[in-house]
Design a protein around this ligand. Structure first.
Ligand code: KG4
Ligand code: ZN
Length: 333
């Protein structure tokens, strides 16, 4: 049995988790800083790093207690080393390296995007490859094919705003608070998705995404029609985003002959996206892997699980390696 402690501090969640053999979650603790950033309408990097520094040790302690293990039981310590906010990443990376040194166990640096892919995979580690994966969060939106040799092929990504960013910006403009995704999701359940015909940007145009124009269309609509029911607005905007996301995911699965559809990242918590992904699976005879909500948004279980695979394939990460705020997904081309 291999026990790995994972640490995640790339953005505004301080998280630690203990995962056994890359698949069994013994504990997963997430301390959100949403309250600290809410009044600024987005994440303030300096506040995030300071909060991580204060929270990281208590969160690690909680994760060990919840898992019923001691520091001495750990076989490796992993941290997300990018992409993310530089100062925030450094807190987790430094904590993991220090623990690795003190405990004389390997340190493993984990790519945040790869971890989101693994979060979906944690649902069923034996799933048949290739997988067509939609990864949509506050910082990234991409379609990736996980090949039979567990390599990643990036088919396309956003050329401007990420899907979650569009949710956050629309919500901020409408005075709905931060983060915007969950609020819009909730309002949309009471609205009419056909009330306003928003554009579906780049729908049939390859695998790249663009959400900046859609966001502007929503803002222009509100300026012109301030009387619009916010529930209809939320539902119509969300429908446009989800249409594009599901269309590209299915296109990727068709192209790759993938029997399984997977969604990951914070936007994968969206009620409508989940329902539509399931529908698409039923219609096309494909399996759909939907990670639990707590595995969609940032967490450290996905870091510890990915570390187990990386440790087996690449060995420990040298302590001389730092954090990389603009780290890319390791792809096969
Ligand atoms: O993966 P994540 O926790 O952090 C990043 O790596 O970015 O994703 C956060 C993003 C935010 O933009 C948030 O608004 C969005 O995910 N999000 C949602 C929902 N829950 C979170 N978007 C749409 N619907 C949701 N239910
Ligand atoms: Zn994330």
């Amino acid at each position: 049995m291999t026990l790995i402690l994972g640490i995640e501090t790339s953005c505004d969640e301080t998280a630690a988790a203990v995962v056994e053999d890359g698949r069994s979650i013994r504990s997963s603790v997430v301390s959100s800083q949403v309250d600290l950033h809410e009044r600024f309408g987005g994440v303030v990097p300096e506040i995030a790093s300071r909060a991580h520094a204060e929270l990281v040790n208590p969160v690690i302690a909680d994760a060990l207690v919840e898992a019923g293990v001691d520091f001495r039981d750990l076989d490796a310590v992993a941290a997300c080393h990018g992409p993310g906010l530089a100062g925030a990443l450094l807190v987790g990376v430094s904590a993991a390296k220090a623990l690795g040194l003190v405990l004389a166990v390997p340190y493993v640096g984990v790519n945040h995007l790869e971890a989101h892919l693994h979060a979906a995979w944690l649902q069923d580690p034996e799933v048949e490859l290739p997988l067509a994966v939609l990864l949509a969060s506050g910082g990234h939106t991409m379609v990736v094919v996980v090949e039979a040799d567990a390599r990643y092929r990036l088919l396309g990504e956003t050329v401007d705003d990420a899907a979650g960013e569009a949710f956050d910006k629309v919500a901020r403009f409408c005075g709905l608070g931060y983060p915007g995704g969950p609020v819009i999701d909730r309002l949309a359940t009471q609205g009419d998705p056909r009330a306003i015909a928003f554009p579906r940007p780049m729908l049939t145009d390859g695998f790249d995404f663009s959400f900046s124009g859609l966001k502007t269309a929503v803002l222009n609509h509100v300026r012109r029609h301030p009387e619009t029911d916010v529930r209809d607005l939320a539902a119509s905007f969300q429908e446009a985003v989800v249409d594009v996301l599901v269309h590209k995911l299915l296109g990727a699965a068709d192209g790759a002959g993938a029997p399984t559809l997977v969604i990951g990242g914070g936007v994968a918590a969206n009620t409508s996206l989940r329902a539509r992904a399931l529908e698409a699976g039923t219609e096309t005879g494909r399996r759909v892997l939907l990670p639990g909500l707590e595995l969609c948004t940032d967490n450290a279980a996905m870091i510890a699980a990915t570390a187990w695979w990386r440790l087996r394939s690449d060995g420990p990460t040298p302590l001389s390696a730092g954090a990389d705020p603009s780290l890319r997904l390791p792809t096969s081309e």
